[in-house]
Design a protein around this ligand. Sequence first.
Ligand code: SF4
Ligand code: SF4
Length: 345
Amino acid sequence: MDYKTIKKSEITEFLDNLIKEYEIAAPIEKDDIVVFDKIKSSNGVILEYSNSVKSPKKFVIPQFETLISYNTNEDTTNVKEHLDEQKQFILFGARPCDARSFLFLDKVFSDEKNRDIYYKNRRDVVLIISLGCTQPQETCFCTTTGGGPFSSEGSDLLLVDIGDDYIIQVITDKGAELVKKLGLKNAQKDELAEMDRVIKKSEAKIEPDLELNNLKDKLDNSFDGSDWETLTEKCLSCGVCTYLCPTCHCFDIVDEEKNRKGERIRIWDSCQFPHFTMQASGFNPRPTYKERYRQRIMHKFSYCIDNYNMVGCVGCGRCISECPVNLDIRQVLTSLYYSMLSGRT
Ligand code: SF4
Ligand code: SF4
């Protein structure tokens, strides 16, 4: 792997240069929270932050998008597919857990069998420059789900803060091409030693891994277990956890038409909403919070392994820190795990 360096004082110039050629999204403060947004200059970009409240998934799965529009008259119907040409796009400053979430979304929307052309159209132009976590939060558990505060999976370049400078790890060919254009300096031996020290120190701050060996098998055997109800009874089915989650991706498609003109729209949806599984007959297979929350856990920690060979969670902790009733997915998993071990479910 190649390692480059850049002075922190040069980051604004670095970004302003990139903006001339690429569309860039970076962490900024908006309405008192950190979010990712497209930027026109480096002003206001925040790199000292724990994690954004909202994940950056909206850049590949917008919360709302028009798939096609159409108009009809007596004789003809004209249909327009909304697959606009995308400008090369850099997601700058994303955390390694969020970069990994893009790999998961690729499996869902862009594998050989299931190719969502709208997703692929946006995803193909994305280059991710992530920023390793020197200060993981109490809610982070990325190491349990296969990642880490400096995991390079999903990133094209990874920045490591070593004080006055960043080391830039060059992960992919796409990243290497960008670095070549920018003519950055090679990192020196002492800088690489400092990088190793920073990484080890940060990894040690993450709480010890949850004990989740064979969790999938245990979950599969406990679908009808009694613990689900008790563990999830305080859930409000508000959907906050799914909307903020970088890997949750359920959507709804609706047609809206007026005066012979219409649009087919895709919008985010949530398995936590009562109407998500409501059938036209009025029957709902997931009528209460128990079935809905169980679905969220089973999907992420069992069905995703069957379908994608990867858990559908990157351990970002958003669903823990933002849940209005403090329902902690780590505690739910741990309780389920141990109650299954003791044969209670
Ligand atoms: S777990 Fe929390 S955030 Fe998720 S739906 Fe239930 S109450 Fe809302
Ligand atoms: S389930 Fe929770 S911790 Fe896991 S990726 Fe989604 S928001 Fe993050």
